[in-house]
Write a protein that binds this ligand. Structure first.
Ligand code: LLP
Length: 421
């Protein structure tokens, strides 16, 4: 990764030393590279250059306002899944008419806010949602441009917890029921079904599942048009994977070529919702070793970051490469060690028997590819403050979310007077 490299023996984010940042903001902290975010977005946009495509960044991957702003300045739209994300997208400078609202459980309040804001499209995932949206839209005199998200029943070949396109998943409307659903939509006031949406999962490394799903969607568009529906747009979701370890990730150009060749003849506007592919490798989590501990069977490196700060290893058995911030001597011996956090759960483990050079108290380490689904999935479990986020641009840096104080964490809570002595 050209944005996180050793310079003079110290790991840098572009031109900023992670050791200097650690001294300034304390550990743990997330650090993002503007240049990496921009390069990722441009690569995506360039791959689809010349086709009628909108890139709606899936905010859920990293919704820091500065990250949104960085991408919005380059022309990104947004895929949001809550009113909070919609407000972030707007606050980050994404125009309302480039916002797609996804999700299986939008509340009526969220539907109303989305319609009032004038967003591009709502992706509907059930008949009850369709009916609710029709009521909300008519009650405020608006028409909702919608996609119906279909579930194409394909195996995304990714971790079960992030696969979404099989019949047994809660997402979308079974593709076999799609025509009936569009027919229902056509009867309802306040709804204009202009699009078909699909999203089959995340961290897909091969193109096959995408191809299968998109082919089914194209077939459906033909059938819907024959039924008299004016389908003008496709939303092909996100899901393109990134390199964490040694995966063979399909190239962006192949992905784009596949999308064009499958959908090119439909004359549809195509929305894409990449999340991880734009931000994943643009961020690291920096942490400090608290202790090194020798157990009966193995060695442990106890660091000051924990599962509440980066949950991917605990939740998905995800691999994040760990680099010492001070460049190790290439011939330094490596030995297997478990890298764990301070939280009181055995699941608070970042790596099992990872080969690392010798590290001890006060040493800094960086978890790579932590830009997506890192800070956004953090919690304050064990009353651990959310860790700060720093954005680097060349040699500049800014703390784009500061670490809350413990007083702030306690401030929202109240002990009722009947518990007073
Ligand atoms: N569109 C929809 C409708 C989605 O549900 C998602 C992700 C995306 C787009 C963006 O997918 P991406 O391009 O980032 O793969 N927390 C998990 C990933 C959950 C993904 C959820 N949906 C992880 O850390 O691996």
């Amino acid at each position: 990764n050209p944005h996180f490299t050793y310079r003079d023996g110290v790991l840098h984010a572009d031109d900023v030393s992670l050791m200097d940042l650690a001294a300034e903001v304390g550990t743990p902290f997330y650090c993002y590279s503007s240049a990496a975010l921009e390069a990722n977005y441009r690569a995506f946009a360039d791959a689809f250059e010349g086709s009628d495509t909108g890139i709606c960044y899936a905010l859920k991957a990293n919704s820091n306002l500065a990250v949104i702003r960085t991408l919005a300045r380059l022309g990104a739209g947004a895929d949001v899944v809550s009113e909070g994300e919609m407000r972030r997208a707007l606050a980050g400078g994404v125009p309302a008419d480039r916002i797609v609202f996804s999700g299986v459980g939008k509340t009526r309040g969220e539907m109303r806010s989305a319609l009032e804001a004038g967003i591009f499209q709502l992706n509907v995932e059930s008949i009850p949602e369709l009916e609710a949206l029709s009521e909300v839209a008519t009650s405020i005199g608006r028409t909702a441009a919608i996609a119906i998200r279909v579930n194409p029943d394909v195996d995304a070949k990714t971790h079960a917890k992030i696969a979404t396109g099989k019949k047994e998943n809660k997402f979308g409307i079974d593709i076999d029921h799609a025509r009936a659903t569009y027919a229902r939509a056509a009867e309802l006031p306040g709804i204009e079904a202009v699009a078909v949406a699909v999203h089959i999962g995340s961290q897909l490394t091969s193109l096959e599942p995408f191809r299968d799903a998109f082919e089914r969607v194209v077939e459906l568009v033909h059938a819907l048009r024959a039924d008299g529906h004016d389908i003008q747009r496709l939303d092909l979701g996100g899901g393109l994977g990134i390199l964490y370890r040694d995966e063979e990730v399909s190239a962006l150009a192949s992905y784009a070529g596949m999308v064009r060749s499958i959908t090119g003849n439909l004359g549809c506007h195509v929305t894409l919702e990449p999340g991880r592919a734009l931000v994943g490798n643009a961020g690291v989590l920096v942490s400090k070793v608290i202790f090194r501990k020798t157990g009966v069977h193995r060695e442990f490196l106890i660091v000051d970051a924990a599962m509440n700060d980066l949950i991917r290893p605990s939740l998905y058995d995800a691999w994040h490469t760990i680099l010492p911030v001070v460049e190790p001597n290439p011939d330094a011996p490596r030995s297997p060690i478990d890298v764990v956090g301070p939280v009181c759960e055995s699941g608070d483990t970042f790596a099992v028997q990872r080969d690392l050079p010798h590290l001890d108290q006060e040493d800094l380490v960086a978890f790579l590819s932590a830009g997506a689904y890192g800070a956004v999935m953090a919690s304050t479990y064990n009353t651990r403050p959310l860790v700060p986020e720093v954005l680097v641009s060349g040699a500049k840096h800014a703390v784009v979310r500061r670490r809350p104080t413990i007083e702030e964490m306690l401030a929202a809570e109240r002990v009722p007077e009947w518990l007073d002595p």
